[in-house]
Write a protein that binds this ligand. Sequence first.
Ligand code: FAD
Length: 452
Amino acid sequence: MSFDYDLFVIGGGSGGVRAARLAASEAGARVALAEEYRMGGTCVIRGCVPKKLMVFASAYPGMVDEARAYGWDAAIGAFGWAGFKDNLHAELTRLEGIYTRNLVNAGVQVFDTRAVVKDAHTVALASGEEITAKHILVATGGQPFVPEFPGSDLAVTSNEMFHLDALPKKMLVVGGGFIACEFACIMHGLGVEVTQFYRGAQILRGFDDEARGHVADLMRGRGVDLHVGTDVISMERVDGRIAVKCTTGHDDRFDLVMYATGRVPNTAGLGLEQAGVRLTRNGAVEVDAYSQTSVPSIYAVGDVTDRINLTPVAIREGAAFVETVFHGRPTVADHELVASAVFTQPELGTVGLTEEQARDREPIEVYSAAFRPMQSLFAGSDDRVMMKLIVSRETRKVLGCHIVAPNAGEMIQLAAIAIKMGATKEDFDRTVAVHPTMAEELVTMKTPTRVA
Ligand code: FAD
């Protein structure tokens, strides 16, 4: 049977773009890709990139405060949201253009439209046109989810945060995951009075408990009014503001409420179940280690599979799919020891097991240090950084590393290489410190803080 294309990719985000480009340019496949919104997907258009640029913008007031202690006659003026927003969107448009050009230059046929799966080898475009392909790759990502409650339609999500007409004076962030915490810090840094509600006992569920506590303390210390064990009951518009009723009596009025209480995979109306593709209970596409679905010609990568929802993981899954299907080299995307960062202020960088996960598996030593780093200490700040290693008592391997510090994301990337290579605590110890730095603590912690 002959097909219009060797590969049809649905979704022009991190995973889909990488797979399409590699299949076309390196494997010589005939490839088409449909994107219904903007090329680049969540990461480029409404995720990592604009978020990180806002993180940068929000850090300047703190730097200027610190500069005074270092002798600078410095004062920060007002923040111009409109000017920043223009620059931000110009940058996103530039990046979007690069993504599109890279695809076109690789020979990928791009359709700027929604596509759904019709059967094992057919996709239907919004125009009604049907296109056949030997393989279909579903890379449709996910979207924010706001639970239903009275007034829930008044909430915005991370999607809208990059398009605000003006910065609010006072806002509520609901949620305790990395996106909620990052936006709480960003908005606080930009001068907004921020309250954050999280219904669980501690923010950043899934991360190392000690690190979670450390980040929460620092966020509170910097002025985010964080309430855990607190959820919203209802919201209503009153005098142009949003009146929020909550479970703990911290009822208040806000100019803006942002919900970041989870994301759902984009599978609704995609035709997958009718085509025989099995979904998990939360609507993600069920895949095996090779990203193959229950229909052999259909694969899925990235957030739509709800494995590890990060851009570099989606990219690796897309590349592994191309190796497997178009180069005949069965390749499993490696989900072990994936490092990541939470871009709060300060950042949390993490790789490997948390203390809680590790001690459930085997006897461990924990090395943990919290101290005031030179730069901010000099400026009179009480902020502490945290460096933590989890070590296997049997193999001596470092099983996990957790850092809460300015630029922890940069540090953890490097620590992750050593840990991925199987470095032991003694390998860390043999490494001579870089002095004076914060990260030197990682190679100078001699005595376990505790064993478990
Ligand atoms: P996406 O990038 O979501 O791309 C899916 C694309 O498919 C979208 O462009 C969508 O429009 C399109 N689409 C959907 N359905 C259809 C259809 N039927 N037809 C055509 N097109 C369709 N990750 C990190 O690693 N680091 C970070 O710092 C980070 N920060 C984040 C901050 C925020 C606010 C958010 C929301 C996410 C963040 N992420 C971060 C996660 C990261 O953005 C995702 O893991 C990544 O984008 C997933 O890539 P993907 O290819 O699976 O899907």
